[in-house]
Design a protein around this ligand. Structure first.
Ligand code: Z5A
Length: 212
């Protein structure tokens, strides 16, 4: 596997973590802070932030879909990523914007790889191919025990309804990815108060904005 492609234009930031870890909350807070500083920001998410992705999201998350082959699920998420990178992420980076994505490739490595126990190297090969191996300049992993994260919601989708062991493997999957590449990751305790987490994210991002 290559060392990845990092865009020379723009800034690409990703939030990852299990259910209810606060990714959407922190993505929005970071977007608001960056906009106040005068940055042009695109806030996006996976799966589903393109017209085709919206259809794919419905299929992979609707409990009515029923059982999917693990490989089918991995391929559907990969297709969503290809649409997302080509039609949303790369054009914004080319305009020198800050792109914040709520989930990206690490989610498939953690959920379809570590969680479903597909071969992680094979899942990674497909996901990297789908995204042209484009990597975030920084990934923020919001780390939370699954019991707490799942408890923040009342309803469960196809994936949230998986066993606790599944979600524990997912959590460990994210931590392993972060440990392997500390230059491009920060892991934050998602049990902390929302404003404390937001402040820790800003501390890590601020130096990356200098010289832009
Ligand atoms: N998936 C996959 O399998 N493979 C892939 O490649 C990709 C995704 C890209 C996407 O679901 C599902 O797809 C997801 C992984 C899988 N699986 N599941 N299940 P989604 O997009 O609908 O949902 P999500 O990404 O998991 O996000 P979320 O569950 O909606 O949660 P969140 O964005 O991390 O949390 P939040 O919405 O910001 O906060 C949740 C609640 O907690 C809310 O009431 C907040 O006010 C509260 N909150 C937030 N932060 C805190 C703190 N610090 N303390 C206390 N309360 C807090």
């Amino acid at each position: 596997m290559s060392a990845g492609v990092y865009s020379e234009a723009g800034l690409f930031v990703c939030f990852e973590g299990g259910e209810g870890a606060g990714k959407s909350t922190q993505s929005r807070l970071l977007r608001d802070w960056l906009v106040e500083r005068g940055e042009t920001v695109l806030l996006t998410f996976e799966p589903g932030d393109t017209p085709v992705g919206k259809e794919l999201r419905r299929i992979v998350l609707d409990p009515a879909t029923g059982h999917l082959s693990d490989r089918t699920e991995a391929l559907l998420y990969a297709a969503d990523k290809a649409e997302h990178v080509d039609h949303v992420v790369l054009p914004a980076l080319a305009r020198d914007e800050v792109v914040i994505t709520d989930r990206y490739v690490d989610s498939t490595l953690a959920y379809q790889g570590a969680g479903r126990t597909l071969d992680v190297a094979e899942v990674e090969a497909v996901a990297r191919w789908a995204t042209g191996d484009l990597r975030p300049h920084l990934t923020v992993v919001l780390d939370l025990e699954p019991e707490t994260g799942l408890g923040r919601f009342e309803e469960r989708d196809r994936i949230e309804g998986q066993s606790l062991e599944f979600h524990q493997r997912v959590r460990q999957g994210f931590l392993d990815l972060a440990a392997a590449d500390p230059d491009h990751y920060v892991v934050l305790d998602a049990r902390a108060p929302i404003d404390e987490i937001a402040s820790a994210v800003r501390v890590r991002i601020e130096p990356m904005l200098e010289g832009r």
